[in-house]
Every structure is written in C-alpha cells, then in structure tokens.
Design a protein around this ligand. Sequence first.
Ligand code: NAD
Ligand code: TYD
Length: 341
Amino acid sequence: MNILVTGGAGFIGSNFVRHLLAAHPEHSIVNLDKLTYAGNLENLTDVEHLPGYTFIRGDICDRDLIGSLDFDAIVHFAAESHVDRSILDSSPFLQTNVIGTATLLEAARERCCRMLHVSTDEVYGSLPQGLFTEASLISPNSPYAASKASSDLLVRAYHETYGMDLLITRCSNNYGPYQFPEKLIPLVISHALQGKTIPVYGDGQNVRDWIHVADHNRAVDLVFHHAKAGDVYNIGARNEQKNIDIIKTLLAVIAKKTGRDREGLFRLITFVKDRPGHDRRYAIDPAKIETDLSWKPEIPFDQGLSDTVAWYLENRSWWERVISGAYLEYYRLQYGERFGG
Ligand code: NAD
Ligand code: TYD
C-alpha cells in the first residue's frame, strides 16, 4: 500500500513515519508536510534515504496538489497543535485543522480510500470526574480543541453521508523524542538545562493523561490496519498526572542524570497567570481499543520520562537548533532544489 501521511515532519507524525517504515516495510510512505514552524525534517534524517519514503512539501488545503499524489490510504496527523498559539490567533487552526481536513476528505472520497484522522481527547473538554469514553459529549474549550472537534464532526458526517471508510483516534497528551519545546515536557527539560524559569500555569494542579508517543503510534497502526469503517477509538495509558508533579519529577530526573543541584532546579519553578479556558482535567478510558484490538501501552511513565530526559540530553543540538530557528534552514539545504522549494 502507498500511504499518504500528513504532518509527518511534526512530533507524532515523524515518530509514526519511523514506526511504519520499520514495522511495515511492505508499505511505502508519502509524507506531505507544509513545514510550518512545527515541521522539522531533522526529525527524519535517519529514515529519509529509505526507498519506501518520499517527502513532499505542501499544504493539506491544496486540493490540486493532493489530487496529483499517488496514494491508496491516508493517515492524517497534520494540524496546528498548540493551545496557547490558538488563543493568540485561531485562524491558522481553522484553515489547517478544519479546511485542510475537509480537503483531504474530498480527496479520499474521490479515490474511495481509507482515511484515519488523528484527533485528541481535548475535543471532550474538561472532566470533573470519571473518564472520557468514545460516547462522551464533544465539548471543546479552546480554539485548538474546537477546530479539532470540527474536523472530527466532518469525518463523522462524511462517513454517514457517503459511507466512506473513515476512522478517528482520540489520544491523550503525548511525550517523547522530537517534541517541539513549546509543549510542557520538552519545555521543562530545555528550560531546566538552560537555567531558565519554568512557567507553571495557575496552581499547577491541572491533570493530563500522559502517553508515550510510541504507544500512541502502535495504537494508530492497529486502528489503521484492523478497525472497521466509521470506528472511533480513544487512546490513553491510564496515567493521570498533575502538572506540578510532572515538573518536579522531571527536575529530579535531570538533577540525577546531570549532577546539577536539585534545589537550584526547583527554584526555577515560577507560578504564572493561568491559561484562559484552561481545562482542569483530561482522562481517557481506553477500554474499547484494549478489548477490540488487544492494544496496551508498553512504556511505564517513569521509564518513559527518564528515557525522554536522556534523549533531550543526548540530542541537545536538535532542540538548540529548534530554539534558535536554525532547523528551518535544513529543508532549503537538503531538499530545496530537489523538490522545488
Ligand atoms: P506538531 O505541531 O508537532 O506537528 C504538526 C505537523 O503538521 C508539522 O510537521 C506541520 O508542519 C504540519 N502541518 C501544519 N499545517 C499543515 C498544513 N496546512 N499542511 C501540511 N502540513 C501541515 O503536532 P503533533 O503534536 O505531532 O500532533 C499531530 C497530530 O496529533 C495533530 O493532529 C494533533 O491534533 C494530534 N494529537 C496531538 C497530541 C499531543 O499531545 N501532541 C495528542 C493527541 C492528538
Ligand atoms: P501542553 O503541553 O501545552 O498540552 P495541552 O495544553 O494540549 O494539554 O500543556 C500541558 C499542561 O501543562 C497544560 O495543563 C498547560 C500546562 N503548561 C504549563 O503549566 N506551563 C507551560 O509552559 C506549558 C507549555 C503548559
């Protein structure tokens, strides 16, 4: 199969490309990515030479471009993904997450092909108690979450209206290698290593349900290969954590791995004004994917966090080039001429 992966130069998408090339050498991949600030081809330097892999720089809103590509199925990761940015300006979120998804749905309709839409637990909003199931009310609270909810509803409508072979996955907060250092875990690690203050929104008691990106991608793989048309699957590792607890754990791990003064690192913690509309708690019920597809997370949180700190320590030049903006040059130098810039 020739699979169109959108957003394959981002955090989860690049980990998925690497996973798919290793786990399914029978498939080939066309990675379509616009290379926004979040797209980084340096995430893929170890696999970009493989014969089953092609990169195309382009926008998922570009119907003609998508129509010209050769593929039999779509796994759709491309999105504007950061809540704080959506609060500052929602327009790129509406354009990419809503219009872009609609454009891909039209392309899938033309070819009668399977499309898996990667979504988020944030579409369900904030949860005082209990767990999000696939039947929970869609009740988004940020412009990001509302744009993802809108795209989920379009996917649902295209399945109902046209009988298309469409799937939705809704995953909880991911962490792991190649995550852009604007998200909580890589932000804490990179700030701690630079001696910069660590901003904690509000009282730090907000709860997120964390999963390693490799466990998420194994679930996406299973859903893509085995779910039936119209299925929706929640993905989560039953791992609720308060923000402040994660920050303290990360700082303790960094102190241990680097020999830095633990109390000195803890003094970087700075409580700041809360994010507007800040969801208090997310928690996923993954029972459906566990039962239907025998999926289970394999990476315990302590291990995953420790490995992630080790990765950011070993790959300091990766995140320093992201922070300085130097990574944006990589595409032009490596691909600019070959792919038309
Ligand atoms: P990311 O921001 O790291 O990567 C997004 C990628 O999409 C980038 O490579 C970017 O260049 C590309 N992109 C953006 N607009 C595009 C466009 N118009 N056309 C083509 N490419 C475009 O995001 P991520 O954290 O890897 O998230 C991937 C997907 O998973 C998103 O759909 C997100 O909603 C979902 N998700 C993320 C998390 C999480 O914790 N990060 C959790 C659940 C679901
Ligand atoms: P984030 O990584 O932005 O993911 P999301 O908003 O999609 O859950 O944030 C995770 C949690 O950490 C969220 O409750 C907001 C909080 N947070 C901070 O306290 N400080 C920060 O600097 C960031 C980026 C997030």
